[in-house]
Write a new protein. Sequence first.
Length: 301
Amino acid sequence: MVTGAAGFIGRHLVEHLGNRGQTVIGVDLRPQPAGAAGRHVVADLRTTDIRPLLDGVSSVVHLAALPGVRPSWDRFDDYVESNVIVTRRLLEAGAQTGLRRLVIASSSSVYGNQPDGAMNEDQPPAPISPYAVTKLAAEHLALAYAARPASVLTSVALRFFTVYGPRQRPDMLISRIISAVRDGREIRVFGDGSQRRDFVFVKDAVRAVAAAVDAPGPSRVCNVGTGEQISVTGIIDLISELMGRPANVRVEPHRAGDVVSTRADVTRTAEALGFRASVSLREGLRAHIDAVRSESMPVGA
């Protein structure tokens, strides 16, 4: 079962698992996206009885969550309900139905601002936003339920770094840059553009999820990134180059809760899950650019 199946990563994951011949049940607040295959259940995990959804289910990938750093400052109760309480409800239902594997989507934001160097899973988390606090709490819940006496559950928390690619929300960084360059609009950059991010292509991200579903072994936390990073200014310049159009940047104040630099240490993920990202940044950006361009074309063009 995949929660958040109609979302950015969820849609790609349902396709990927279906192509592997696996039976997938998608659950989301939103209807099944056009063209998507498999069973889809429209349900609000905050209120619905989750136990019937888990009938015959051996593994759950829990992607459903309320995203975004900036809004979490003003809507903390909503973030706690969607990201923490829903996770606990899912875990309780799983405990009652014999769920054996949970893969939960976490975030690199739980690291906060770490010293220079790659972020590894043994570093103490230091979240600097309410959003990151809720993601870390959900991680801890998943691991705690797996550690209960007589539990049959193993939990894998995947700390996604900056995932990009086709179908990304239009308000996310890469989509915003591509659309602005395409349309000749200003690109709003929060801070001076020197912030550095580890960008991982969505098809690599879903391969990591599938590997976490399949991998034997105990509960664990694993990073999902490339181990490389580029500045915001650098990514704007690269997109401008690939699109053959200039970028017009407007600098705005740094936003509270935004970390300065992220880069994944991918050693544990490679060893425990057998996964390494394989799509280069240029290759992934070309696919993302092509998708945004095709979405903007009129029907029949």
